[in-house]
Structure formats: C-alpha cells, structure tokens
Write a protein that binds this ligand. Structure first.
Ligand SMILES: Nc1ncnc2c1ncn2[C@@H]1O[C@H](COP(=O)(O)OP(=O)(O)OP(=O)(O)O)[C@@H](O)[C@H]1O
Ligand SMILES: O=C(O)C1=C[C@@H](O)[C@@H](O)[C@H](O)C1
Ligand SMILES: [Mg+2]
Length: 187
C-alpha cells in the first residue's frame, strides 16, 4: 500500500522440526503471499548449512542468518526462520514489532522428524533438541503473538487455521479455499 513499507504478514518461529517450513509454505499459499524460508535462502546463496557450520562455525552462520532475515523483514512475505534465529539480539528486538506465530511440538512427536536429517546442532539427537528447546522456549514464548502445537494434527488443518487467523488480522483475502479430505469445500 502506498506510503507503507513492505513487511512480512506473519513470521514463523519455533523449535527445529516444529513445522515452520512445511506449515509456513502452506499458509503462504493459502494467503496468496510469497513464502521465504531463511534457511533455504541461505542455502541458495551460500550453500549447505551443515557445510557452513563445519567450514566457518556457528557465529559465521548466525551473521548470514541475521543479514538474510534483516532483508526479508522488508518484504511482504510469509517468513519462516531457522530455529535459532531468535537468539540474535537484533533479530529478537525487530521481531517484537511483528506478527509472530510460534509452532510447538512435543519431544515424542519430533523424534521421528529429526532423525537422519542434516541439522548440525542436532547430531546427537533428541537430547540435543531438548537442550536447545529448554534454552530457547522462554524467548519463543515471549515473542509469540499466537502459538499452535503441531504434535498431533495434520499439517493442512493447522495451516488452514493459521491462515484464517492471519487473513483476519492482516485483512488479506484467502487465496485458496479450505477443502475437506474428499475435496469438497469445508465451508
Ligand atoms: N503435523 C505436522 N506439522 C508439521 N510438520 C509435520 C507434521 N507431521 C509431520 N511433519 C513433518 O515434520 C518435518 C519437520 O518439519 P519442518 O522441516 O517444516 O520443520 P522446521 O520447523 O522448519 O524445522 P527446522 O527448524 O529444522 O527448519 C517435516 O518433514 C514435516 O513433513
Ligand atoms: O536450531 C538451530 O539453531 C538451527 C535450526 C535450523 O533451522 C538451521 O537454521 C540451523 O541448522 C540451526
Ligand atoms: Mg525449516
């Protein structure tokens, strides 16, 4: 809109494996808004995340992540960020001015989602995930405008609820109709 700076319509934060990428992409589609995932942008521009950690270390990755997010905060997108992005003080300060959805997931539900993946901070598995989440959950909770748990409901149903909420809050028409599993419109 004229005179208004572009900004994300919603930002997804939360633990690794909580569904930020999958659900963020689906919500963007329902809203007809471009989807940006900070991890995917970093990979496209700088290569594999595990390789960046190995070759340059975590602080270097955090600065790339910070720069990527800073740019995306000036775009009208649905933005999903890496699980650790909120630990950067400048990112955290900027996020306080935005509509933030936190996705949560139980340790039991996340276990199968994170095994065999390429997440450098989770190479020792569920214990490493628990330690990260214990350290971060107060920050996630503090920043979140709303939270949704992804442990048991299907991705499409969670995404439809979130898209409805964002559409209402941001006054955006829903681009795709919500459908039931048999393909009929739900309402
Ligand atoms: N109900 C659900 N909600 C979200 N994701 C689910 C669900 N059930 C299974 N998954 C699976 O969990 C995996 C993790 O999701 P995703 O990669 O979106 O998480 P993430 O939060 O982006 O993780 P990361 O912080 O590592 O990028 C995906 O393979 C997804 O298909
Ligand atoms: O939780 C984290 O710190 C990370 C999560 C991933 O999304 C990536 O951003 C990276 O592997 C670091
Ligand atoms: Mg992701």
């Amino acid at each position: 809109m004229a005179g208004e700076e572009a900004r994300p319509v919603v930002i997804f934060i939360g633990a690794p494996g909580s569904g930020k990428t999958k659900i963020g992409r689906r919500v963007a589609k329902l809203l007809g808004v471009t989807f940006v995932d900070s991890d995917k942008r970093i990979v496209a521009e700088h290569g594999d995340i595990a390789d960046i950690f190995t070759q340059h270390g975590e602080p270097y990755f955090r600065e790339l992540e910070r720069a990527t997010i800073s740019k995306a905060l000036r775009e009208r997108v649905v933005l999903s960020v890496g699980g650790g992005a909120v630990m950067h003080p400048e990112t955290r300060a900027e996020f306080a001015q935005h509509r933030i959805v936190q996705l949560t997931v139980s340790a039991e539900a996340v276990e199968s989602r994170i095994t065999g993946g390429k997440r450098p901070l989770l190479s020792s598995g569920l214990d490493a995930w628990r330690t990260l989440v214990d350290k971060r959950s107060s920050v996630y909770n503090e920043l979140a405008t709303r939270s949704w748990d992804t442990s048991s409901r299907p991705i499409d149903s969670i995404a439809a609820d979130i898209a409805e909420w964002v559409a209402d809050e941001a006054d955006i028409p829903l681009a795709a109709q919500r459908t039931t599993t048999d393909g009929n419109e739900a309402r």
